[in-house]
Design a binder for this molecule. Structure first.
Ligand code: FMN
Ligand code: SF4
Length: 373
């Protein structure tokens, strides 16, 4: 048999007892495809079946709300009540039917929630909205809501659950010195700011037993007064010491994504890999790197140089779900690539619209549009 050009990329890895057939994972990507109200739609089932069909070892489904008060949009998947269970079961089954592992990311959007009265660690104004600071009682309630949502993820048949600690949502709002100005035991010193995510992890783990729990990890806010990697690695170490299954690194928040220097940086291939590498140096659990890892050669080199253990593909897999198959078969030249000049998917979802990629064929766009309701 011909030797693979990408031996590391197609090497299996076991994460907390869960065998992944290769190192390719889909990084979470919200595209506005859930039904209005957050139920699982025919389009979501179609979309995630496609994402799994191409051979990724793990498909991590986009963020799902643990409470209506923390939902990011009307089309954010909901996981805050048992009435959503049957839809979630179908979604997990659709992904697993393609021999891919299925994960669901759970989230509270905090100050970015799509509600009239958002909450946050502190009343820090963002985009002209000032959230209300959470009371300690509410903080405990939210930690319980994370645990209840994680139990639903487990019951629905997913293989793992991921806590969304990225993008400037609630968990990361506690860690950030910019958005956490509290004077109680949840604020001030870094050891206090990381308390809430660690409490959430503990409650979730107590509720789901040995079910794997991963973490989407904000390594750097890319804001002058924001969270920086020298601080965030302290949380990474604490998560690893407290039983996290893996750490999936990312950088930036809605406050930095559109800054000219961040827009420019985000066009570079592998633009967040150095942060994954910085985290990996500090922990022994698997680390996922994402961010414009467009080619199998780049993915292989990241693994080979031990900058990460797993590769996260969000837009690259959405543009071309056959990315893993094509890499395995030596057809990498035929991979349809996400254009660094384009930001259409992010802009569309920010405007509350579903995203369809301009790089797709006419037929593919028609198939997605047909299913969108
Ligand atoms: C439109 C859009 C939606 C996203 N939704 C999520 C999400 O729900 N959860 C999350 O952790 N990251 C989300 N991300 C971040 C991606 O997972 C990923 O880190 C980023 O797109 C860079 O990787 P890529 O170049 O492979 O797309 C989103 C990114 C985009 C562009
Ligand atoms: S080409 Fe544009 S719309 Fe398509 S994935 Fe890339 S950034 Fe998103």
């Amino acid at each position: 048999m011909k030797k693979s050009a990408y031996p590391n990329l197609f090497k299996p890895l076991t994460v907390k007892g869960l065998r992944l057939k290769n190192r390719i994972t889909m990084a979470p990507l919200y595209l506005g495809y859930a039904a209005d109200g957050g139920r699982i739609s025919p389009l979501l089932l179609y979309h995630y079946t496609l994402m799994a069909q191409g051979g990724a070892a793990l498909v991590m489904v986009e963020n799902a709300s643990i409470t209506a008060a923390g939902s990011g949009s009307p089309r954010t998947i909901r996981c805050d009540h048992n009435r959503y269970l049957s839809g979630l079961e179908k979604l997990a089954a659709a992904i697993k039917s393609q021999k891919s592992r299925a994960g669901l990311q759970i989230n509270h959007a905090g100050r970015f929630a799509y509600v009239a009265d958002p909450v946050a660690p502190s009343a820090v104004t963002t985009f002209k909205r000032t959230p209300r600071a959470l009371t300690q009682k509410e903080i405990i309630t939210i930690a319980r809501q994370f645990a209840n949502a994680a139990v639903r993820v487990q019951k629905a048949g997913f293989d793992l659950v991921e806590l969304h600690g990225g993008t400037g949502y609630l968990l990361s709002q506690f860690v950030s010195p910019r958005t956490n100005k509290r004077s109680d035991e949840y604020g001030g010193a870094l050891s206090n700011r990381i308390r809430f995510p660690l409490e959430v992890l503990k409650r979730v783990k107590d509720a789901v037993g040995d079910f794997p729990v991963g973490y989407r990890f904000l390594a750097d806010e890319w804001l002058p007064d924001g969270l920086q990697v020298k601080e965030s690695v302290v949380l990474a170490r604490a998560l690893a010491e407290n039983g996290i299954a893996y750490i999936s690194t990312m950088a930036g928040t809605y406050e930095s994504f559109f800054l000219p220097e961040v827009v420019q940086r985000s066009k570079n291939p592998g633009y967040m890999v150095s942060l994954a590498a910085a985290v990996k140096k500090q922990v022994s659990v698997p680390v996922i790197a994402a961010g414009r890892i467009s080619t199998p050669a780049r993915a292989e080199s990241i693994l080979n140089s031990q900058k990460a253990d797993l590769i996260g593909l969000a837009r690259p897999l959405w543009v071309d779900p056959q990315w893993p198959q094509k890499a395995r078969r030596g057809q990498e030249r035929t991979i349809v690539r996400c254009s660094p000049k384009c930001n259409a998917c992010m802009e569309l979802v920010m405007q509350g619209q579903p995203a369809f990629c301009p790089r797709w064929s006419h037929e593919k766009r028609a198939a997605y549009r047909e299913l969108f309701r």
